[in-house]
Design a protein around this ligand. Structure first.
Ligand code: KIV
Length: 313
């Protein structure tokens, strides 16, 4: 007797996410921390990168203001504005189903007042369909985070190296490398936790500082250059896939060399066009011999050679 073919779900390798996996939720993030399940976050900035994130089975997708650098070509994150972030985030929304979608509040979109912070967080929800927003720093940002959370929008905090204020921090370098600086980080994180942030990102912090701090925290922590003790990890899409050629921080591990493949592909196309190898028959459309003959007769009769005959569509 022949066995019926297995359905797709039964054939799925153990390390592949289920095709119809449940959408990620905010309470699930806390459950994952409690269960010790590593939380995986990646950035995305457009429809195809969102589809890649979806298919790869990540838990959260951040439309980071790193878009300013890796997508828009600036040398810092500060130039990107709300309107650009909303265009990118909407495209990511269209490519995403299960992961939680986070919009990164750009520099200048939340610092001035709680009202402005709430207004821009709302734009992320209403115009781009995010599940939550992220903002940088402790200090005055704690009050902004509280206001946004009270308005009904979940918030992720971000401490350590906060690229929007990198100049004030002395450049793109690790933070919390003295006892005093590490204590400040601990206080900022506890403040963000106390106002209800559902996650905090730790960026460029000594692994031992993270390790010492983690047992004191209830809030889930996602690290980028903060060592292995956090509840999860985040990397920038263009860094981990080897698409971005700018400065690579120490914490980046490249899992692919996609840019090299892209250059090879476009170079081959260029060579084929120049050598007359593209397009060939396979990539061209056909017409029946009768229709072609009729068209040729028309050309002969009308003597259409370089005249200024108006187009009649
Ligand atoms: O903007 C971004 O991509 C980020 C991540 C690096 C956490 O903030």
């Amino acid at each position: 007797m022949t066995r019926p073919p297995k359905d797709r779900e039964e054939q799925r390798p153990a390390d592949e996410p289920p095709a119809d996996r449940m959408p990620m939720t905010i309470p699930r993030v806390a459950e994952m921390k409690k269960a010790g399940d590593p939380i995986v976050m990646v950035t995305a900035y457009d429809f195809p990168s969102a589809q890649v994130a979806e298919e790869s089975g990540v838990d959260m997708v951040l439309v980071g203001d790193t878009a300013a650098m890796v997508v828009l070509g600036h040398d810092a994150t500060t130039p990107v504005g709300m309107d650009e972030m909303l265009i990118l985030t909407s495209a990511v929304r269209r490519g995403l189903k299960a992961p939680l979608l986070i919009g990164d509040m750009p520099f200048g979109s939340y610092e001035k007042s709680n009202e402005e912070a709430i207004e821009n967080a709302r734009r992320f929800v209403k115009e781009a369909g995010v599940d939550a927003v992220k903002l940088e720093r402790g200090g005055p940002s704690v009050d902004r985070a509280r206001a946004i959370i009270r308005s009904g929008i979940p918030v992720i905090g971000h401490v350590g190296l906060t690229p929007q204020t990198a100049t004030a921090l002395g450049g793109f370098k690790a933070q919390g490398r003295t006892a005093e600086a590490a204590a400040k980080l601990a206080e900022e994180t506890l403040a963000l936790q106390s106002v209800g942030c559902f996650t905090v990102v730790f960026e460029a912090i000594p692994a031992k500082v993270t390790e010492a701090l983690m047992p004191r925290l209830e809030v889930p922590v996602i690290g980028i250059g903060a060592g292995p003790a956090t509840d999860g990890q985040v990397l920038v899409f263009h860094d981990l896939l080897g698409i971005y050629e700018g400065h690579q921080p120490r914490f980046v591990r490249r899992y692919a060399e996609v840019r090299r493949e892209m250059v090879d592909g476009v170079r081959s196309y260029t060579e084929d066009v120049r050598a007359g190898r593209f397009p060939d028959e396979e990539h061209s459309y056909s017409i029946s011999p009768e229709e072609l003959e009729a068209f040729r007769r028309y050309l002969d009769e009308e003597a259409l050679v370089g005249t200024d005959t108006p187009w009649d569509w």
